[in-house]
Structures are given as C-alpha cells and as structure tokens.
Design a binder for this molecule. Structure first.
Ligand code: NCD
Length: 309
C-alpha cells in the first residue's frame, strides 16, 4: 500500500488512523515506551529526502525508532545521492527495493515523483511531499489536529492563506476537507499566488463552497480555522517581483478572528506569522507539529501490521 495522495483515504480509514494516533500518544511512561519499542523490532524504514525538511523527516524517523524500527536515511539526496550523477528516481527506487526495506519515505522536488517511484516499487512508498503536488501525511496530521479541536471534520469554515499556488500542504488539506459535507473554504492570497484550477475543480465536483479574496479581516470574522503558509521562495523564479507586505498574522489582524477559532501553519514559519502571535491561545501550530509524530507512528504501524511477509 503506497500513500501518494490524500484522496485515497476513506473516512473510516481516517477514523481508524486518528484512533490509533490517540492510543499511541498515551504510551508515555518509560515502561510503555519500552513496550512500544518492541512492536516492530527488526523492521526498517528508509527515508529518502531530495528537499530540505525538519519536521517531516525527523518525525517519521522518530516515529520509526519509537516503534522499534531501524532507520536508514539520506537527508540531501539531491546533492549526496546518485541523483547528482544523473540517476533517475525510478532507478534509485529499484535499488532500494532490492534492499528489502519495509517502507520508503520519499520527499522530492518534482511533482509526481512519488507516483513514479511507486510504479517501480514493491516496497510501500510514502509521499512526504512532491514538488508543488501533494503532502498527504501533512494533511493527515492537519486533519487530526482539527479533529482533536472540534471533534469533527465537517461544517467548518477554513481560511487558507499565503502561497497557495506553490505550497502543497494547502492543496492536500483542501482536498481532504472537501470530502466532508458543508465545509467552506476561503482562499486569501494575492492573485499571483492563488490556489490552482485543479484544486478548484475538485472543490466544485464535491460541491464544497469556496471563494478567493485578498481581504483577510472579513474572511477571519466567520472562520473556525485559519491555515497560514509561507511564500515558497524556492519554487519561484524571481521572488523579488512579488510585493512582500501584507498577509501577515499579527495581534491586530487577529482581533477579527473569533475566540473559538484556531490558527494553524505547517511550519516552517518565516515572517508571515508574527512571533507576537505565539502567545495567543488560538495559535496551535506547534501543537499541530507535535501531532505529526503520533499520526506518523500510527501510519507506520498500520502499514507494517497489514504487510504480509
Ligand atoms: C511543508 C512542506 O514541505 O511542504 N513543510 C512541512 O512539511 N511541514 C511546508 C513548507 O515547507 O512551507
């Protein structure tokens, strides 16, 4: 079973994943942690990252280690693997496949790279971000964070802002939320960085209401969730051509946000959320990152437990 896109998850699979994440977060005493570290002893994860990462790579690797798995990893495969010599992702995966890992976690700079890898791999591939494409496991942990806060994934107004054209997290989360009834999405961004037509088509097909605007304060007034993202400078030919002001979350703009709402961000945050916002009780981005560990433990556990050897 490869994990390439959020749309492959059914609602009941999401429920099971979240239940397992809840169980795993309760293994906290030294005795329980030791017990957990016996669970998948003798299994191995390979993490193959062609793009920078802190949370995704380290939470996957920490998740594997906590479940007793061994980890083999390359953190800058674009420079340090044979990709630098011109090897294709397909050939690299064919070789890793022969090393008999239980799971390969792949982050790549090209959209569709994870799907290409999966085509030649017997080993389950987890897409940890493919260019401007998808970041399904981020959407899973985002949804888990929303579920823990609201107890539901439907009937929500989500304001998504920042670089919606080049960021993959919003693309995955918008698709996931569009599969639940009565969600409404407001995309806040400068027109040059608005959400792609392909995502709008998914929303239209699922009859999820959405709008595009540059007006942050009026979007915030009825929001349950504000999901903010950074400018993806590494994906822009010339970031200096874009105006840098505006679209910053700070205490002043957040006066428009209801008290029950939460503020999320996949991180890393650069300057689009003022550090003054961190003490706002609605700011959940660090908690959200922490949830990533348990969702990824649950994911690895599910993949390994179902695998027949
Ligand atoms: C995101 C990514 O890599 O797409 N980071 C992450 O995994 N939390 C967001 C980003 O880099 O802006």
């Amino acid at each position: 079973m490869h994990i390439l896109a959020v749309t492959q998850y059914t609602h009941s699979q999401l429920d099971q994943l979240f239940t397992r994440a809840d169980e795993l977060r309760n293994y906290s005493s030294p005795k329980q942690r030791k017990e957990l570290a016996e669970l998948h002893k003798g299994r191995q994860l390979c993490s193959l990252f062609y793009e920078p990462s802190t949370r995704t790579r380290l939470s996957f690797e920490a998740a594997a280690v906590k479940l007793g798995m061994g980890v083999v990893s390359t953190e800058n495969a674009r420079e340090f693997s044979s990709a630098a010599k011109g090897e294709t992702i397909e050939d690299t995966i064919r070789v890793l496949d022969a090393y008999n890992f239980d799971i390969i976690v792949l982050r790549h700079h090209e959209t569709g790279a994870a799907a290409r890898a999966a085509k030649v791999s017997q080993t389950p591939i987890i897409n940890a971000g493919d260019g401007k494409g998808e970041h399904p496991t981020q959407a899973l942990l985002d949804a888990y964070t929303i579920y823990r806060q609201f107890g539901r994934l439907d009937n929500l107004h989500i304001v998504m802002g920042g670089d919606l054209a080049n960021g993959r997290t919003v693309r995955s989360l918008a698709q996931l939320l569009s599969s639940y009834p009565n969600n409404r999405i407001t995309f806040v961004s400068m027109p040059e960085l608005q959400i792609g037509e392909d995502i709008k088509d998914v929303l239209k097909a699922s009859k999820t209401a959405f709008q595009e605007t540059i007006d942050m304060s009026s979007a915030f007034k009825t929001a349950d969730i504000v999901y903010w993202t950074r400018l993806q400078k590494e994906r822009l030919a010339d970031p200096s051509t874009l105006p840098t002001d505006g679209f910053v979350l700070d205490p002043e703009i957040l006066t428009h946000l209801p008290a029950h709402a939460i503020i999320m961000h996949p991180l890393p945050r650069v300057d689009e959320i003022s550090p003054l916002t961190d003490s706002d009780p609605r700011a959940k981005y660090f908690e959200q990152a922490g949830n990533g560990l348990y969702v990824r433990m649950a994911l690895l556990d599910q993949i390994i437990s179902k695998r027949i050897i």
